[in-house]
Ligand binder design. Structure first.
Ligand code: AMP
Ligand code: ZN
Length: 472
């Protein structure tokens, strides 16, 4: 099995990855909050997590990956002052929270499929697991890690030997980090305590509430990930993923409650993807205007171009988005796919030595904390090499199991392929229409235009003649 060196946020070091059980990886990913479309920043995180999962599979591991869907109203702050995203989405669109969740969940997976991101083996919406959350909270109260105050249940962070295991933060830094306009929740015993269950919140007009031993209410922000992970992956987790904004407080609080509940260490490796930024700073949904995959498509970019844009930089470096850079990647991607399409498709790979050499280089790049840009260089080196076409194709297909750039599909641009029968029919009808116009038979000419429109063909008369395009 290939050695994978991976940066671990927990130890702040690059470490050799070793799962709890030989050959098997238990992996958890924080899923989307489905109150709006995912922006391309969110999708950077999911692309890189997809690369991690696929590289683990490529390296021979049997990977079980679980993702939650945050479809339950939750606050963006632990101080009962942040806004409730799901409620905000429902109000914005005059729909119910469940309608909003269903719509944006589907939109998320549609974006993922366009970006060739594999759907994790288990996808669990938070609203499916309320009894599990309640059980976990009850256990935390029994173990004296949680307390009731003002109608809510809080996790008592002072009961832990170490709270900031993941982040470098300390109490002083945290105080500085707290914005003046954020009101403190006076029910808390300690500043860093967080809500496990709400029955009394500023956001009491929640649509979704459940009965609990503490009254009608809804879960806090973090409990869903601990609970869903333990439900599907058991007490020992190998890798937990998310964007860097998840490190504190979300993942810090996940560790606190999971380890308090389990009574032992929970997850060994924490994988965090740095942010995609635009000129104004971190791309975020709450800013209102943000870039989506559909918008990139409307502008004529194949989603694979965005995937390649992400793979060209390291996941631990912030990435600045610009259309200028994306344009360069578009050109590079189209050239690459065309070069691959021009390779001969006959024969069997003739050079085992060449294949072994390049596979080794690919593994060295990916095994070096997922150095995807180096892996792309290896791919270009394969194309430049003197290997026979069949060996080149074999290697490209092999690397694309991880890179997932659809390199062998042979269709790099967004232009639709028009089949030749349709082309012939359009040319014939346009010629007939021109003939009718010449004969001043405008009724026939209009009927032909209509017939073409019915077939999804739009025509335009120009000085150079009639041109047409497919519109559906
Ligand atoms: P959310 O839907 O807000 O829960 O976020 C989904 C995922 O996207 C989480 O893993 C976040 O950490 C990640 N994320 C949020 N903003 C960005 C960004 N600008 N760049 C990369 N990842 C992000
Ligand atoms: Zn999470």
């Amino acid at each position: 099995m290939t050695e994978l060196n991976l940066y671990n946020t927990l130890t702040k070091k690059v470490e050799i990855f070793k799962p709890n059980e030989d050959g098997k990886v238990q992996m958890y990913t924080c899923g989307p909050t489905v109150y709006h479309f995912a922006h391309i920043g969110n999708l950077r995180s999911y692309i890189m997590e997809d690369v991690l999962e696929k590289y683990l599979m490529y390296a021979g591991y049997n990977v079980k990956r679980v993702m939650n869907i945050t479809d339950v109203g939750h606050l963006t702050s632990d101080a009962d002052s942040g806004e409730d995203k799901m409620l905000k989405g429902a109000k914005r669109e005059h729909k119910t929270v469940m309608e909003i969740a269903a719509f944006y969940r589907e939109a998320f997976f549609s974006d993922c499929s366009k970006l060739n991101i594999k759907t994790p083996g288990v996808v669990e919406p938070a609203t499916n697991c309320i009894p599990g959350f309640i059980h976990m909270i009850e256990e935390l109260i029994k173990k004296d890690y949680a307390y009731l105050a003002g109608g809510n249940v809080y996790f008592d962070t002072s009961k832990l030997k170490e709270y900031y295991v993941l982040s470098n933060q300390n109490e002083e830094e945290l105080k500085v980090g707290v914005r003046d306009d954020v009101e403190e929740d006076t029910n808390k015993r300690n500043k860093t305590d967080f809500v496990l269950w709400f029955t009394k919140s500023k956001f009491d007009e929640q649509e979704l509430k459940w009965d609990s031993p503490w009254g009608m209410g809804y879960p806090g922000w973090h409990i869903e990930c601990s609970c869903i992970s333990i439900k599907h992956l058991g007490e020992y987790l190998d890798i937990h993923c998310g964007g860097v904004d998840n490190i504190f407080p979300h993942h810090t609080n996940e560790i606190a409650q999971s380890e308090a509940y389990l009574g032992h260490k929970w997850c060994n490796y924490w994988f965090h993807v740095q942010h995609l930024n635009d000129q104004t700073g971190k791309m975020s949904k709450s800013k209102g205007e943000f870039l989506t995959v559909s918008l990139l498509e409307e502008k004529g970019y194949n989603p694979m171009v965005y995937r390649m844009f992400c793979l060209q930089s390291h996941y631990r470096k912030p990435l600045l988005f610009s259309f200028d850079v994306l344009d360069n990647v578009k050109i590079a991607y189209e050239k690459l796919v065309n070069r691959i399409a021009a390779l001969g498709s006959d024969g069997v790979p003739a050079s085992q030595d060449g294949i072994d050499k390049f596979k080794k280089q690919f593994n060295e790049a990916m095994g070096n904390d997922l150095n995807t840009s180096q892996a792309l260089t290896v791919l270009y080196d394969v194309l430049k090499s003197g290997l026979d076409d069949a060996s080149k194709r074999f290697l490209i297909e092999d690397f694309d199991k991880v890179l997932s750039l659809r390199l062998l599909d042979g269709n790099a641009s967004m232009e639709q392929e028009v089949d030749s029968e349709l082309e012939e029919m359009a040319d014939r009808l346009i010629a007939e229409r021109n003939e009718a116009r010449k004969n001043k038979d405008f009724a026939k000419a209009d009927a032909i235009r209509e017939e073409l429109a019915q077939k999804g063909i739009e025509i335009k008369d120009t000085r150079e003649g009639t041109i047409w395009k497919l519109v559906k």
